[in-house]
Design a protein around this ligand. Structure first.
Ligand code: PLP
Ligand code: COI
Length: 343
């Protein structure tokens, strides 16, 4: 018998907590092995493993939700399966087969059922898949052996306050990814590249930093951990860029905006256009929709106030409620985004 949990579900932040099990799969001799289950949170690894030196690492982030009906739904896991395949291929790792990824997601959620936050707490079960190169070598070349792991941890909001407007800052001194670099892949190196800018943004009181396109420093790219969208004239506008992560949340919001009769534009978004948006937000699995109060560009002496009354705007609110409603099973899942993992 496990000890009963004593978790303040509604008070959770976006942090790590030990759960019961994680699931693993190894790649050796050119093939993926059987799925294994363990309670160990440690990875026995050689000090010369490629992931430690040359950043051969890719990861994902998705969530499971407990609905009012008691069922547990995982949101768009097939999209995450596809994206980690593209990330793996982007840094020369053999991709985990998409069916195996999905089987492992379902297994790890079921094994940790008692950690799935109850309905109504605003919390969810964050699912973190990762793949690392583990061959011991010092030559800069892809590993021959890999380890794929999925762990879970219950989480609350990524940005303090959840669905509330907060300030953001444009960073001109740092780039997260180059135009033809690894920005479209979810690989650890991109996040290492964002740490300095992100720490500086937090220290200055901002929720997060926005990067501009690295080539011209003219157009909005994305945050360190979320995409950007702006709303004006019944139009949903989001950057088109070769250095941003194709966000599954953004893709979903684009569909919901179209369902609501809005026009969608994916194109370059010049920084000055920020002055024209009625609403704007950062969106992602962890961030959900984080409405933007204002975006400062201190190095250019500019500030763009987006929310005049300090509150999330009506379109962002409707998008947020619809997305959450689908994830919690309260709104018809007409696009077939959820996988019911526990009935
Ligand atoms: N952009 C970056 C850099 C991210 O790390 C994330 C988080 O996964 C996102 C965007 C949002 O992507 P998604 O909506 O698929 O979680
Ligand atoms: C996510 O939104 O799932 C992310 O991975 C963002 C961040 C926690 C890295």
């Amino acid at each position: 018998m496990k000890e009963p949990l004593n978790i303040d579900w509604s008070g959770l932040s976006f942090g790590y907590m030990t759960t019961d099990y994680n699931v693993r799969c190894s790649y050796k001799n050119g093939e993926w092995g059987e799925i294994e289950t363990t309670s160990s949170e440690l990875i026995p690894m050689h000090m010369a493993a490629t992931c430690l030196h040359y950043g051969q690492e890719a990861f994902e982030g998705l969530k499971a939700f407990r609905g009012k009906d008691g069922k547990v739904r995982v949101f768009r896991m097939d999209e995450n399966a596809r994206r980690i395949r593209l990330s793996a291929e982007g840094i020369m790792m053999p991709p985990i087969p998409e069916e195996k990824f999905c089987e492992m997601v379902k297994l790890v959620v079921r094994l940790n059922e008692r950690f799935i936050p109850p309905y109504g707490t605003g919390a969810s079960l964050y699912i973190r898949p990762l793949q690392i190169g583990i061959t011991a070598q010092v030559g800069v070349k892809p590993a021959k052996e890999y380890l794929f792991i999925i762990f879970v941890t219950p989480v609350g909001p990524y940005f303090k306050g959840g669905f509330a407007t907060t300030p953001y800052v444009i960073t001109r001194r740092y780039d997260r990814a180059a135009p033809l670099g690894t920005g479209t892949f979810k690989v650890g190196g991109n996040y290492a590249a964002s740490l300095r800018a992100s720490q500086e943004a937090h220290a200055a009181g901002y929720s997060a930093e926005f990067y501009l396109d690295a080539r011209e420093k003219k157009y909005m790219d994305e945050c360190g951990a979320a995409n950007f969208f702006g709303i004006k004239n019944n139009t949903y506008v989001t950057p088109l860029s070769t250095s941003i992560l194709p966000s599954i949340t953004n893709k979903s919001l684009i569909q919901l905006a179209e369902d609501m009769g809005m026009t969608v534009e994916r194109r370059h978004v010049p920084e000055e256009e920020l002055a024209t948006f009625e609403e704007a937000g950062a969106c992602g699995t962890a961030a959900v929709i984080s409405p933007i109060e204002r975006i400062d560009d201190p190095e250019n002496n500019r500030s763009y106030v987006i929310s005049k009354d300090g509150k999330p705007g009506p379109v962002s609110t409707r998008l947020y409620n619809t997305l959450r409603g689908i994830q919690l099973g309260e709104i018809d899942d007409i696009h077939g985004w959820n996988t019911i993992v526990i009935e």
